[in-house]
Every structure is written in structure tokens, then in C-alpha cells.
Design a protein around this ligand. Structure first.
Ligand SMILES: [Zn+2]
Length: 509
């Protein structure tokens, strides 16, 4: 805790008392009075699909933070008006439990809001609503849904207007929608990163994702080249070619070694899908494990970081056996491999991760999905995710959201959830023994996340010599009631000593 901070040439020069910092100021020094407000290190989301979210941020409608169905319908109407004749797309990031009505909107409500344009509304990767215009545009009908999709029916057996889907068939269908143009991608990337800056984020670790391909990194690369990025991005390669992942990685990384880039944009290895056959596969057969091992060995040999999507603790030993096998040949601790999700990680799994030097990126999936997950998990939900146990065992832990299809990107919503364990519907699922202190939670969202891109000595805390990434908050993170943390915004966000977002009273300075 300190009173003041001095910044020079993009880095923190000193931290201390007002008097000591003022003594360092020269005639050209710009002085900003934070007015006694709380200043925190810039937040870092260790698992956000930010590059993908950015591509369509200027063309999609989102329901993040909408509290009622009429509010959500109003956003659809505005989205339709902004883009006449075009698709209106809500690509996740919401749940029915956030609405006062505690249900999904009906087809009739959506059609009343947007009668004349095709509408796609997706909830997580499990539910999809397509209006008749949308079905027509995709040459589909209720009678001819793609394989793996089915009409959702109510208790009386009547169709609800929604279809159920899986991540694979939902993503395949999503890929048939008209793509935003390159100009949309550039505009969306600027706007989305500014939106993240408004919420005190100064960095993300990006794990690729479904429906984003190497060619779609062009907007990000353009903004980086023009030195227009306002968010530090460490990104990884997400496997796209079933069965040929190793060849794909080899090809794409020939001139893209691990760590290539700079402090704004850096290549950070492979993941979160390593091989397609192992993705969400809790019972991989011998051939699938062998193929994975081949890729993992190659990654270790190339000094690549590796992050993998893994949901279930019951099958984590399958993965850890493979990691241990690689580790016997090439120690993986220096490579900072990590597992994403794993909300029900057991102490035994965490202990094996600790022994390997493998990190864990933890997200607030349970904020939107906790009611359903807790109903399935029963009393075990009190330990999901095992935040405090992981810290006690010394596992490197990063915080984040997994936005934006399955979660809101708001870090303060995630921080509040880390502290109160309450879902968007208000149900408290996590027990006191897995509830971190405010300081621990903030550390996870800063230094903890920085570890995953090898940056904890460069950023994540306000110490001399580190990059000057910080945010002046509108309220005191350490003092306000926990229930008010989720509403926090930044009034001034600084990346590398440069203001990237400012609101009153700082906007006029
Ligand atoms: Zn994932």
C-alpha cells in the first residue's frame, strides 16, 4: 500500500509517499491527482478468447449485464437498427438466470424485436434460437436441423422455439454466418480492447478458440504494427486440423518461435486445444493418447508453453500421466504448461500439477453456470473451484473469465464471484474454506495471471522497474461491500505509462 507512484518512459520509477514522489518530479512531469482513489495494477485475464471476441465486437449484440428480457430485446432492436438488412447475432455470454424473468426469451419476443432481419441467439454452446429469416438464410428448417442438433421441447412436448446443440455443431453452423469484414475486425478490436481497459484490464492471455483461424489475426497484427494496441496480448495456437495437428504446429511455428513478439503482443505457445481428438475427451484411447504425446513431446522440445482445456478431475490423471511421461524426458516446469478450467480439481490433482510445475487458469464459469453445476455436483460444489487449496499447495494460479461465448469478460464480476461464490442468480455455491481474501483475489488477477505469459517480473504489481500498467478505480476495492465490487469501473487506465482509457474527472486532463 502506497500513496503515490512515479512513472518514467513507460515504467514504474518509484512507489512511495506523496512527498517522496513529488521530489522526483521535474518541470516536464505530468502530475495526476488520483484524489485518494484506489490504484491497482492493471488486471490480466489469464484465459480470455479476446482476439475472437474483438473480431465481431462492433457487429454483434451482447446481453452481458442485461437484467431483464425487455432490456435484452432493446439491445436486439438497437443492433438491428445499427445494421439494416444484416444478421443480428448474440453469440453467448449470458444465461436466463440473469434475467428477472428467469427464462430464455421466446421466439415470439425475439421476432417482435427484430421482425425483418435474421437473428441468431446462442446461450453458451448448448442452446440456439434461429428466427425463420435466419433459418431461411442458412437453408434450414425445424425439420432439417444439422446433425447433433435437436428441437428443445417444453414439459408438454411442444417446441420452445429453441434448439439444443453441442459446441462442435454450434461452431460449425456459426461458421456459415456472414463474417464481419476486415474493417469490422479492426473497429471491433479497437472497441473491445477499450471496453476491457474501461474495466481496468491491461492484459490478456488468449487461448485461441473455435471459429477463429490464423488468417483472422490480421486485424490484431495491424493494430500492433501501428502501435495502436491498448491491451497486452499473449496468444497461443489452437489446433484446427484433425489428426494433422503436429504438422500444423510445425508449419505455423517455423518462423514463430516461442516468446516471439514484444511486450504488447507475444506468441505464447500452443493451446487450449492441443489435439482435436483429446478435446473434451475423458476417455482417450491408446492411439489418441499416443498422438497427443507426440505433440506434447514436440512442444517440450521446442520450448513451447502449452495450455489445455480440461473439465473433469476424474479424468485428469489421464492427462497428468502424459505430462509426467514428457517430463521424464524434458522437464516441463520451465515451460509453464497449464490446465484451464478443471473447476472440480482435487487436492491430489493439484499436488501432481504442483510437482510438475504446471499452472492452473481458473475462471468464473460458475458465475453464469453455477446453479446447474452445483445441482449436479451436490456438496462437492462448496469446493468448486478449489481456489484456496490450490494456493495452499503452491500451484501457480491465474484468474480470468473464458469470455465471451460462455462468460462475461468483466473482471470485477469475476472478482466479486471469487469473494462471495454467488452465481448471477444469487445462489452461493462455494464454501468459506475456498474463499480467498481480497488481496489474494487481486493478486491472482494480476501477478497470478502474469505468470502464464512469463511476465510476473515485468508486470502484475506496482514495483520499480516494472511496466507502468495500472488503473484508478471508481471505488475502493478493499473497502466497499463485496456485493459492490462487481460494479467497479476504471476512471483512468494506463498501459506502459500511456493513458488508454479515461473518464471524468480524468478525461478532461
Ligand atoms: Zn476452454
Amino acid at each position: 500500500m502506497a500513496q503515490a507512484i512515479a512513472v518514467r518512459e513507460g515504467r514504474i520509477l518509484a512507489v512511495g509517499s506523496d512527498a517522496d514522489m513529488l521530489a522526483l518530479a521535474g518541470p516536464a512531469t505530468r502530475r495526476v491527482d488520483a484524489g485518494g482513489r484506489t490504484v491497482i495494477p492493471g488486471l490480466i485475464d489469464s484465459h480470455m478468447h479476446a482476439v475472437r471476441a474483438a473480431l465481431s465486437y462492433s457487429t454483434e449484440v451482447n446481453w452481458i449485464g442485461a437484467h431483464t428480457i425487455p432490456e435484452a430485446m432493446q439491445r436486439l432492436r438497437e443492433g438491428a437498427r445499427a445494421r439494416p438488412g444484416q444478421w443480428v447475432v448474440v453469440a453467448g455470454g449470458w444465461t436466463e438466470l440473469q434475467f428477472a424473468e428467469k427464462r430464455k426469451p421466446t421466439l415470439a419476443e425475439v421476432m417482435a424485436a427484430v421482425p425483418d432481419q435474421p437473428v441468431w441467439v446462442q446461450m453458451f454452446y448448448s442452446h440456439l434460437l434461429l428466427t425463420p429469416k435466419a433459418q431461411e438464410a442458412l437453408a434450414l428448417s425445424n425439420a432439417s436441423l444439422p446433425a447433433g442438433m435437436a428441437l428443445e421441447r417444453d414439459a408438454a412436448g411442444a417446441p420452445t422455439g429453441w434448439a439444443t446443440a453441442s459446441i462442435v455443431n454450434m461452431s460449425a453452423l456459426f461458421d456459415k454466418l456472414p463474417r464481419p469484414t476486415y474493417q469490422d475486425n479492426v473497429a471491433g478490436t479497437r472497441q473491445f480492447f477499450t471496453e476491457l481497459n474501461r474495466l481496468a484490464l491491461t492484459g490478456v492471455v488468449d487461448p485461441g478458440g473455435f471459429s477463429i483461424y490464423p488468417s483472422q489475426y490480421a486485424a490484431l497484427l495491424q493494430l500492433w504494427r501501428e502501435r495502436q494496441l491498448t491491451l497486452r496480448v499473449a496468444y497461443s495456437l489452437f489446433a484446427q486440423k484433425p489428426g494433422a495437428e503436429l504438422a500444423e504446429y510445425r508449419d505455423l511455428t517455423q518462423m514463430l518461435p516461442m516468446g516471439f513478439g514484444d511486450d504488447m503482443l507475444r506468441f505464447n505457445g500452443i493451446g487450449e486445444r492441443i489435439t482435436i481428438a483429446m478435446y473434451n475427451n475423458n476417455q482417450p484411447d491408446a492411439a489418441t493418447r499416443e498422438k497427443f504425446l507426440e505433440v506434447a513431446r514436440w512442444a517440450a522440445h521446442e520450448h513451447m508453453a502449452l495450455t489445455i482445456h480440461w473439465q473433469e478431475d476424474a479424468s485428469a490423471p489421464v492427462l497428468l500421466d502424459l505430462f509426467e511421461q514428457v517430463n521424464r524426458e524434458t522437464p516441463i516446469a520451465p515451460l509453464r504448461w497449464s490446465i484451464a478450467h478443471l473447476d472440480n480439481a482435487s487436492p491430489a490433482t493439484l499436488a501432481r500439477m504442483k510437482a510438475l510445475g504446471v499452472g492452473w487458469t481458473m475462471q468464473d464459469a460458475m458465475y453464469l453456470s453455477g446453479d446447474r453445476i452445483a445441482a449436479q455436483a451436490g456438496p462437492a460444489a462448496a469446493h468448486m473451484p478449489p481456489l484456496v487449496t490450490a494456493l495452499r499447495l503452491g500451484v501457480p494460479v491465474g484468474a480470468g473469465t473464458d469470455a465471451h461465448r460462455v462468460a462475461s469478460y468483466n473482471p470485477f464480476v469475476a472478482l466479486q464471484w471469487m469473494l462471495d461464490g454467488r452465481t448471477v442468480g444469487g445462489r452461493a455455491t462455494r464454501g468459506a474454506e475456498e474463499t480467498p481474501t481480497r488481496e489474494q483475489a487481486l493478486r491472482l488477477y494480476t501477478l497470478g495471471s502474469a505468470w502464464f505469459s512469463f511476465d510476473e517480473r515485468k508486470r502484475g504489481s506496482l514495483e520499480p522497474g516494472k511496466l507502468a500498467d495500472f488503473a484508478v478505480l471508481d471505488r475502493d476495492f478493499f473497502g466497499v461491500p463485496v456485493a459492490e465490487i462487481g460494479g467497479t469501473v476504471s476512471l483512468l487506465t494506463v498501459v506502459g505509462g500511456k493513458p488508454v482509457y479515461a473518464a471524468a474527472p480524468f478525461a478532461l486532463q
